[in-house]
Ligand binder design. Structure first.
Ligand code: ADP
Ligand code: F6P
Length: 324
């Protein structure tokens, strides 16, 4: 098969996610194996506009598969949201001979990728975000590591919460999505899970459950609160005042975004990285790689961005059944 392109660029954009390095490595090595040149673009679209572009070879991605973060760094870039910025980005790609681009990031980054496709740069997106909030795919790079990190941290908070017979509110990331919260809620056996997709603000109902659980002999009450609901600290104060039970808030924060990627993140990132390059070699553009029904697939970026996704109602219901 004759390659439709000669040189590909790769960048990471938006929030970093464990496994992004594995995806970069796969992009670089698959491209080299297909006889292409590879250029790394530093700091996402911001680095593209500043022409922070480096040549990459097989050794430039040595010893990174096991590392969190992204060796290409990442950034958010408002200039690239403007038509002028996008035209400049496409021009810079052409100037450096980049005729295919792999963008590893979330929905925002895919919006940018779509604009570059429209300007003639063949572009493919790879879903990289801990939030799992990309509708076209059941899997996003970084989610597995992040939920495992959060789960382990919550186990530790639970130990001390039980010893002190306290109520604990633990806030997890996810931007406006509740996937990390729901998964941790189930995995940690939390008494309550507050999701932006479901929480109706009924704090009195929450307080009543805490009091009832205490009467039934539960020595702690763990509430997993999603970032999209927020206000964990003030909520803890109100719960303590209303129940008389000591209540503490813990906001896990950026620790959830770091650390060695799990096996799952490394493998999915590797396959997605390779697939992105193969799509470019087939002459495809404006596609995003996804994982659906047990297979790696790809979608038109515009269609992918229109898709909607919700947390599983069944999982949410069962999470409540399992706490007695
Ligand atoms: P994520 O990719 O994780 O969703 P952001 O929403 O912060 O993260 O987007 C990352 C970057 O993608 C932005 O800083 C910007 O440079 C670019 N981007 C976001 N939205 C658009 C858009 N509508 N058009 C062009 N570029 C965009
Ligand atoms: O999208 C990943 C994420 O970690 C979200 O969960 C969170 O809302 C956001 O990024 C935090 O962004 P920043 O690192 O800019 O504070």
């Amino acid at each position: 098969m004759a390659n439709a392109i000669k040189t590909i660029g790769v960048l990471t954009s938006g929030g970093d996610a464990p496994g992004m390095n594995a995806a970069i490595r796969a992009v670089v090595r698959t491209a080299l194996a297909r006889g292409l040149n590879v250029k790394g673009i530093m700091r996402g679209y911001a680095g593209l506009l500043k022409e922070e572009i480096i040549d990459m070879d097989s050794r430039s991605v040595s010893d990174i598969i096991q590392r969190g973060g992204t060796i290409l760094y990442t950034a958010r870039c408002d200039e690239f949201k403007t038509e002028e910025g996008q035209r400049k980005g496409a021009e810079i790609c052409r100037k450096h001979g980049i005729d295919g681009l792999v963008v590893i990031g979330g929905d925002g980054s895919f919006n940018g990728a779509c604009k570059l496709s429209n300007l003639g740069i063949n572009t493919i997106g790879i879903p990289g975000t801990i939030d799992l909030d990309i509708a076209c795919t059941e899997y996003t790079i970084g989610f597995d590591t992040a939920v495992n990190t959060a789960m382990e941290a919550i186990d530790k908070v639970r130990d001390t919460s039980t010893s002190h017979e306290r109520c604990s509110i633990i806030e997890v990331m996810g931007r406006s999505a509740g996937y990390i919260a729901l998964w941790c809620g189930i995995a940690n056996g939390a008494e309550d899970i507050l999701l932006p997709e479901r929480y109706d603000g009924d704090e009195q109902g929450l307080i009543n459950r805490i009091i009832e659980h205490r009467k039934r002999g539960k020595s702690h009450h763990i509430i997993i609160n999603a970032e999209g609901v927020g206000h964990s600290t003030s909520m803890a104060k109100r719960i303590e005042a209303a129940t008389g039970i000591e209540t503490r808030a813990t906001i896990l924060g950026h620790m959830q975004r770091g650390g060695r990627p799990t096996c799952k993140d490394r493998v999915y990132a590797s396959i997605m990285g390779a697939k992105a390059v193969d799509l470019l070699c087939e002459g495809k553009s404006n596609r995003v790689v996804g994982y659906k029904h047990g297979d790696y697939v790809d979608f038109d970026i515009n269609e992918a961005l229109q898709m909607k996704k919700d947390v599983s109602e069944y999982q949410y219901e069962i999470s409540k059944v399992l706490v007695r």
